[in-house]
Ligand binder design. Structure first.
Ligand SMILES: Cc1cc2nc3c(=O)[nH]c(=O)nc-3n(C[C@H](O)[C@H](O)[C@H](O)COP(=O)(O)OP(=O)(O)OC[C@H]3O[C@@H](n4cnc5c(N)ncnc54)[C@H](O)[C@@H]3O)c2cc1C
Length: 322
């Protein structure tokens, strides 16, 4: 039989395009994600870090002002490793209370301070009008690689949550790890720990960032079967400096998939293209989560607004009308 003659379906049996056409006509079809018009705008939150210099302070406030019209549910301000930014975190949060319409959440850690000292910081937040704390164990200060609880301090985040609830009726969020905390004894221990934090009074978990949406969705399933019913909000890290992010991910236990490395390959010196690729990667990630029913997102802004604003827009967020 002449192999170049079309078969019954009209496909050529051989020749340069036979394989391509065959794949095209018989391969699996990937459905589009549901139209965003039907999806309600998601609840958003944005994380900032406290600035070290006047120039960085100006950058932070440009970022806050750009994202403010998106009316996030809250914005959070981190606490430096080892508790090093206590005054700057407080100043930033207090200014957010005074000068914006935003609801701030102050991060607070257990590292390097007694219970009394941590309680004083919490009381100062309450007095400044801050009603939401992100309660964390914290990482050891630079130079030490092992966490040692302060002899008179809160040892773990669950203890801090309980302490905060004794001080005032704070709303308390805690950290969760879809890929397991790097020093956890096991995935089950880590989930038990999350449950302890919720049982101590936390009402929301915010996750470490991740890039594989499946990982997060599987984690939700595991958390639900462990009896955790509070919202678990995915932490989204838009990545524009891939090399730096890969180094950081190795320390905090976030997996970097091969497909992502391939997407950023060769762009080390091409900031503009990297930013466009970053937008596509993050947009795909959040749309996939949204299509799976996720309707709350926490963005690690790194005090840079543009990428976050664009991704929030893609998710359906629009500036609130005044
Ligand atoms: C959303 C988010 C925000 C963050 N913000 C900050 C920040 O502002 N400042 C900062 O310094 N860091 C921050 N981090 C990093 C965080 O402090 C580190 O990941 C830290 O190593 C763990 O903090 P945790 O609150 O999850 O600790 P925990 O929940 O206390 O858990 C830490 C580890 O100890 C284990 N563990 C808990 N209880 C026990 C126990 N009784 N006995 C033995 N093991 C136990 C857990 O399984 C886990 O492996 C943040 C992380 C996330 C996800």
């Amino acid at each position: 039989m002449d192999q170049t003659m079309p078969d019954a379906a009209g496909l050529p049996r051989s020749g340069p395009t036979a394989g391509t056409l065959q794949r095209w006509l018989t391969g699996p079809r990937i459905g589009g994600l549901p139209p965003l018009a039907c999806a309600p705008a998601p609840a958003l939150s944005f994380e900032f870090f406290p600035p070290k210099t006047d120039a960085l302070d100006a950058q932070l406030w440009t970022c806050i002002r750009r994202l403010e019209p998106l009316a996030p549910r809250f914005v959070s301000v981190t606490y430096g490793a080892g508790g090093t930014t206590q005054a700057r975190t407080h100043a930033t949060v207090a200014r957010i209370v005074k000068e914006t319409a935003l609801t701030p959440a102050a991060h607070l850690t257990c590292v390097g301070a007694s219970k009394g000292e941590v309680d004083d910081v919490a009381r100062a937040y309450w007095d400044a009008g801050v009603r939401h704390v992100v309660a964390l164990r914290g990482d050891p200060p630079a130079g030490s690689d092992r966490y040692e609880p302060h002899p008179e301090g809160y040892a773990y985040a669950a203890d801090l949550v309980a302490g905060l609830r004794r001080i005032a009726p704070f709303e308390v969020s805690v950290a969760a790890y879809p890929e397991v905390h790097p020093t956890a004894l096991s995935a089950d221990h880590d989930l038990d720990n999350l449950k302890r934090k919720i049982d101590a009074g936390a009402t929301r978990a915010i996750t470490q960032y991740f890039f594989d949406s499946d990982t997060f969705l599987r984690f939700l399933d595991r958390a639900l079967s462990a009896g955790i019913t509070v919202p678990i909000v995915p932490g989204i890290m838009p990545v524009s400096n891939f090399t730096q992010m890969r180094k950081f991910s190795a320390m905090c236990g976030a997996g970097v998939p091969d497909w992502m490395a391939a997407l950023f390959e060769g762009l080390e010196d091409d900031v503009e293209t990297r930013r466009m690729v970053a937008a596509v990667v993050a947009a795909e990630q959040v749309r996939l989560l949204q299509a799976n029913g996720v309707d709350e997102f926490h963005f690690y802004t790194l005090n840079r607004p543009d990428l976050v604003y664009a991704i929030a827009h893609i998710l359906g967020a629009r500036p609130a009308r005044t």
